[in-house]
Design a binder for this molecule. Structure first.
Ligand SMILES: *Cc1c(COP(=O)(O)O)cnc(C)c1O
Length: 400
């Protein structure tokens, strides 16, 4: 192992005394971000004003940062651009893919997908007309449901509740043999383990940056378009920043060459700067090391919890190849258990109806943290610390 995980841990500014197992939902603050952001605000925005678009090269930040993300997800250079939210990027990828397969009417996805992806697909199906519809099957039936009626397969690689992972390579091979285009949501993949978009021959992919890539709340999303599709994919959100010549101010739209056509409007420069700084830590990380350590952390947690508090039921597949970088357990009192756990300084989260989720992020989580988290969880169970009124009432926590 060549990655120094002690050093990567020091690159994060985590509060004292807690174990943070929710980086799969919101990554913590990398130390370099505040300083970089401060400079971008005072030196760039403050001093350069409008000239920052050229002098600080803000205009190319979406592509530059996209190139850095590309290295983490096995994308060809120049095939990723950053901006907007993930929901919008899902819409764009899906709309373009659908238009590239005009003879077919089905968008296929699974019931383990994140609701926003499904809502976006529903909304798109309604507005494109031509009888397009969203078909949903159970995650384990997805590969079987691929057939020649399907235009686009929309799949989130890792299930946000259970942590179950689809086999990207096999799924793409089967889809492509049937003339189906694939859109991969990498929300729980990018920065969680090595992804090989180019090697798997992916068509489109999207993902967010505020989870495993630590860009901060509301950090911009990314979109990948395979080079072979880039000049064929028609942007559904044909904004001026995706125009071939935005500053010509033409009255008619002509898409830019390459993936830049997936830009929409003015990029969020400050947040892109935060993301750019947050990505620095990855320069010293070997993704195979990251994966090995992530599996070790998860295995240790499963072993401890199953031994010491067997009333929690593992919801994540045991096989390493079938899971992402999170471990989930089920319990009917999951909500109250998670509140009690958080009160004890171990932060995971809860997903209805009964899932306790724990994200394992080797950049700043070690074996000691995992032991402590398991011990505290089992104490919460053994002493029924969750069985208190203050942990029962839904508090309207906002969790993504
Ligand atoms: C986190 C997540 C989202 C969130 O989308 P936003 O537009 O960033 O709010 C969407 N899809 C999946 C699969 C996610 O995990």
């Amino acid at each position: 192992m060549t990655t120094d995980f002690e050093a990567t841990r020091r690159a994060f500014d985590l509060p004292e005394g807690i174990v943070y197992l929710d980086g799969n939902s919101l990554g913590p603050l990398p130390r370099g971000v505040a300083e970089r952001l401060g400079r971008a605000v005072t030196d760039e925005w403050g001093r350069m004003l409008i000239t920052g678009w050229n002098k600080a090269d803000w205009i190319n930040l979406p592509r530059r940062v996209g190139g850095r993300i590309g290295k983490l997800v096995g994308a060809e250079p120049g095939s990723i651009v950053v901006g907007d939210t993930l929901s919008i990027k899902v819409y764009q990828a899906l709309a373009s893919a659908l238009e590239m397969n005009p003879g077919r009417r089905v968008i296929l996805s699974d019931t383990g997908n994140f609701p926003s992806d499904l809502y976006i697909a529903e909304g798109l199906a309604r507005t494109v007309g031509r009888d397009v519809r969203l078909k949903l099957v159970a995650p384990e039936d997805l590969a079987e449901a691929l057939d020649e009626t399907v235009a686009v397969l929309l799949v989130t690689e890792v299930d946000y509740r259970t942590g179950r992972r689809h086999d990207m390579q096999a799924m793409i091979a089967k889809a492509q043999s049937l003339g189906i285009l694939t859109v991969w949501d990498l929300a729980h993949s990018a920065g969680a383990f090595p992804v090989h978009l180019a090697a798997c021959n992916a068509d489109f992919a999207v993902g967010c940056t505020y989870k495993y890539l630590n860009s901060g709340p509301g950090g911009p999303a990314f979109i990948y378009v395979a080079p072979r599709h880039q000049d064929r994919a028609v942007p559904a959100l044909s904004g001026w920043m995706g125009h071939e010549a935005p500053f010509a101010f033409d009255l008619d739209y002509r898409p830019a060459h390459g993936v830049e056509r997936m830009r929409v409007g003015t990029p969020p420069i400050l947040h892109l700067t935060a993301l750019d700084a947050a990505l620095d830590v990855w320069d010293s990380v070997d993704l195979d090391d990251l994966r090995a350590r992530s599996l070790d952390l998860g295995d240790l947690f499963v072993e401890r919890v199953e031994t010491e508090c067997p009333e929690l039921v593992l919801a994540t597949p045991r096989a390493p190849g079938q899971r992402g970088s999170q471990i989930s357990f089920r319990h009917p009192e999951g909500y109250a258990i998670m509140q009690a756990l958080i009160a004890e300084g171990v932060i995971g989260d809860f997903r209805a109806p009964d899932i306790l989720r724990f994200g394992f992020t080797p950049l700043y989580t070690g074996l000691e943290d995992v032991r402590r988290a398991a011990d505290v969880l089992c104490k919460v169970m053994a002493e029924r610390l969750w069985d208190r009124p203050e942990f029962r009432k839904p508090q309207g926590r906002i969790v993504t």
